[in-house]
Design a protein around this ligand. Structure first.
Ligand code: DQA
Length: 147
């Protein structure tokens, strides 16, 4: 019997709707739409199903994580990385594998960006490879889901 394709939910956090225009020296010139396109091309190659959403508010991010209608989560929590115990708790509560993504290398930036509340509940973190970080995270998710 043919198995149902694994479902990966990609969450882009606050201000990532501005990618391509926002601090391009740090985050690059690719728009979120272009990044999502590359994600969906890779998803087809990997044989997984991806749904990508962008949300600016913390509560809405918690709501979609709580729904749990996915097999793995790829999340760039953006600024909430450094502040949100609520997002951390939602990931821990649902217990699906989560991969934390950042375009920039948060360990090389301001002190306040060096701490992630999410890292402790993620399988791992991919940070610093620009838009490629998402593709590396998707490969990691696919690998976890086929193990
Ligand atoms: C970011 C890094 C965060 O510190 C920042 O607040 C962002 C984007 C990144 O992808 O590099 O909005 O998550």
């Amino acid at each position: 019997m043919k198995q149902k394709a694994k479902q990966v939910l990609v969450i882009h956090g606050p201000n990532l709707n501005l990618l391509g225009r926002r601090e391009t020296d740090i985050y690059g010139t690719k728009s979120l739409q272009a990044i999502n396109k590359s994600i969906s091309v890779l998803a087809s190659e990997l044989g997984i199903h991806v749904r990508a959403i962008q949300l600016n508010s913390e509560g809405e991010i918690v709501d979609v994580i709580q729904k749990g209608d996915y097999d793995a989560l790829v999340i760039n929590p953006a600024a909430y990385t450094h502040t949100s115990i609520a997002i951390r708790d939602a990931i821990a509560a649902i217990g699906k594998p989560a991969i934390e993504v950042h375009l920039s290398n948060i360990s090389r930036r301001e002190e306040f960006r060096k701490h992630s509340f999410i890292a402790g509940v993620a399988v791992g973190q991919i940070s610093g490879f620009g838009s490629e970080s998402y593709l590396l995270a998707l490969r990691a998710a696919a690998s976890i889901l086929t193990q």
